[in-house]
Design a protein around this ligand. Structure first.
Ligand code: MTE
Length: 305
């Protein structure tokens, strides 16, 4: 993210996007409501939503799994897919610690046991200026948190990626301080949109997308979505996070998608869908404002970028 131009992605990513008729987006847009007998302003709002839904065609699986940021496997977009083929995601453990009543090192299967993954089609907006529309499969983080029972002192939650330089060539270089760490405020973590992702397109996650477990927070820039998580820590104090440590003036703790707060080196007003030519306007909170704006009432989002 420090290196590449934000719009830099290869045109070979362009594949057949008519593969999927985004029926779900259409239904979500009209909310199942009858269009007849709707007040004009509702009709206008519905048509705006429909226009957006038409733009929210699913990004092809091929692009979702070959155009990645996962610096542990290299900084080129094609590196994660190329360099993670032998990455071992079993056995896997998730250590839970800090301000929590059930701290333990859980075997992956025990950690996810009893949860049924849900499918959520989310806009996925990278701070670099590209975006995708991805059908993630995952467990709402709120359910996992409820099972782990944080103490009343837990105000933040921190996610740490595996540290394994033998398997991850990027960790043998000084690209970032390793391991990769991300964090959320507890209320952000509890929001129903926040997912612990285990799959994509109905299949288990591939290593390049963060197998076996990664975070997805759709109203924030993609870098909040830490991959291949091995540690979850509940804390009273706000954790330091990798990109904020690497470049504090460029990447804040909150990282909410915000078209009116530019990155110091480029605008965030527009985005380009991977595989498409024309840019489109970026939406406040990536279009999820109805569900998340209230988390930030009274906060100066320029200061807390
Ligand atoms: N997680 C780890 N461990 N290492 C990374 O380099 N990159 C982040 C995020 N999670 C990253 C990471 C960034 S910058 C983005 S945009 C998203 O992963 C990309 O997710 P995707 O490749 O599945 O689209």
């Amino acid at each position: 993210m420090l290196i590449r131009h934000p719009d830099d992605f290869p045109s070979r990513q362009i594949t057949d996007e008519r593969l999927f008729q985004d029926r779900r987006a259409f239904l979500a847009a009209v909310g199942g409501a009858a269009l007849v007998a709707m007040p004009v302003e509702n009709l206008l709002a519905a048509s705006r939503k429909l226009a957006r839904a038409a733009q929210d065609k699913l990004t092809p699986y091929e692009a979702v799994t070959t155009y990645n940021n996962f610096y542990e496997f290299g900084t080129d977009k094609s590196d994660p897919a190329a360099n993670s083929k032998d990455f071992r995601t079993r056995p896997w453990t998730v250590q839970v610690e800090g301000e929590v009543k059930k701290p333990a090192t859980y075997a992956y299967d025990d950690f996810v046991r009893g949860f049924t993954p849900v499918e959520r089609v989310y806009r996925h907006r990278c701070v670099e200026g590209w975006s995708m529309v991805v059908p993630w499969m995952g467990i709402p983080l709120a359910s996992v948190i409820a099972r782990l029972e944080p103490t009343s002192r837990a105000k933040f939650i921190e996610f740490t990626t595996i540290l394994d330089p033998k398997q991850m060539p990027g960790q043998r270089a000084n690209i970032l301080p390793w391991p990769y760490v991300e964090g959320l405020r507890m209320d952000e973590a509890m929001n129903p949109l926040t997912l612990l992702v285990t799959g994509v397109y109905g299949k288990p996650l591939l290593p390049q997308n963060g197998a076996p477990l990664r975070l997805v927070v759709p109203w924030k820039y993609g870098f909040k979505g830490g991959k291949s998580i091995v540690n979850i820590r509940f804390s009273e104090a706000q954790p330091r996070t990798t990109w904020n440590i690497a470049a504090p003036n460029e990447y804040g703790f909150y990282a909410n998608v915000n078209p009116s707060v530019d990155h110091p080196r480029w605008s965030q007003a527009k985005e380009r869908r991977v595989g498409e030519f024309f840019k489109q306007p970026t939406l406040m909170f990536n279009g999820y404002g109805d569900q998340v704006a209230s988390l930030y009432t009274g906060m100066d989002l320029r200061k807390h970028f």
